[in-house]
Write a protein that binds this ligand. Structure first.
Ligand SMILES: N[C@@H](CCC(=O)N[C@@H](CS)C(=O)NCC(=O)O)C(=O)O
Length: 264
């Protein structure tokens, strides 16, 4: 019997990716699982205050009469679901070397490239992105208006940029941050090839495809990370790869599908 999974993530539009890359990654993993794709529920939370690590996503997992247990961190959640047999190991047929390469790309994405993209959303060097983000972030009721919104957004920006500086990426120049992003875009484009192929040239997508495409669709759906959108849109191989994943797992993302097709 399939376990019951409740996924907690930031508010997201009904037919478009989450504005959180890690939430989108985890949901894409669930969508790619034949036994879980239709059974998980998604609960939207506007703050991560109830999250075990103060960050989203997290899940509660109930298996028959056991649980619920709470699990945090997109990668630990995925690893737990696979190792306890709740989810299929999409990498089962890969060689040890392929599995290591997959993990390296996933860590590159989670721990460096995403930090660089978030820096382009909130950093002073990208004022146009921040202006768009400010407009698109809908706070509940009266908080969405002055004098509340400017204060809330100022605090959010200060806190996020504090984390980016703590990581190190937030201390880099505009050119250096964009170099980190370009290296990832170029690296993924090399791996996925030009002909609608998956990362390891497998017949079916593997774990690395879930993670990379989850982040790619997330970036392409947002207008406040213009630099990475432009880099991805300039590579037809990446647009095809993203399109293939969206068609497979999220046919309801009609606007994103249209946008991606417009780049081909
Ligand atoms: N390593 C974590 C990272 C999660 C994370 O950083 N989530 C962000 C949203 S994209 C968050 O909840 N930030 C809230 C905060 O830092 O206060 C994962 O993979 O789940």
């Amino acid at each position: 019997m399939s376990p019951s999974i409740e996924l907690f993530g930031f508010p997201k539009p009904p037919n478009a990716p989450s504005p959180s890359g890690y939430c989108q990654k985890l949901e894409t993993f669930l969508r790619a699982q034949p036994n879980l794709s239709k059974s998980y529920t998604y609960t939207l939370l506007s703050t991560p205050s109830s999250a075990p690590k103060g960050k989203m996503p997290y899940i509660t997992l109930t298996n028959g009469s056991e649980g619920p247990i709470t699990l945090a961190d997109s990668q630990f959640i995925i690893d737990h679901l696979i190792s306890f047999g709740h989810a299929q190991d999409l990498d089962a047929e890969l060689s040890p070397a392929q599995r290591v390469e997959s993990r390296a790309f996933q860590v590159w994405t989670d721990e460096l490239m995403y930090i660089a993209v978030v820096t382009t959303r909130f950093g002073d060097a990208w004022p146009a992105n921040y202006a768009k983000l400010y407009e698109s972030l809908d706070l509940p009721s009266i908080l969405n208006y002055a004098p509340f919104k400017p204060v809330i957004m100022w605090n959010l920006r200060r806190s996020i940029m504090g984390s980016m500086r703590g990581h190190g990426v937030g201390r880099h120049s505009k050119e250096e941050v964009e170099t980190k992003i370009r290296e990832w875009v170029d690296g993924v484009a090399v791996k996925v090839g030009d002909n609608w192929e998956w990362f390891h040239r497998t017949a079916a997508p593997t774990q690395v495809d879930v993670v990379l495409s989850g982040f790619l669709m997330h970036f392409m759906s947002l207008d406040y990370n213009a630099e990475i959108v432009q880099m991805i849109a300039g590579k037809k191989s990446l647009v095809r790869y993203t399109l293939r994943a969206v068609e497979l797992w999220y046919p309801e993302y009609e606007s994103l599908l249209k946008l991606l097709r417009s780049y081909l």
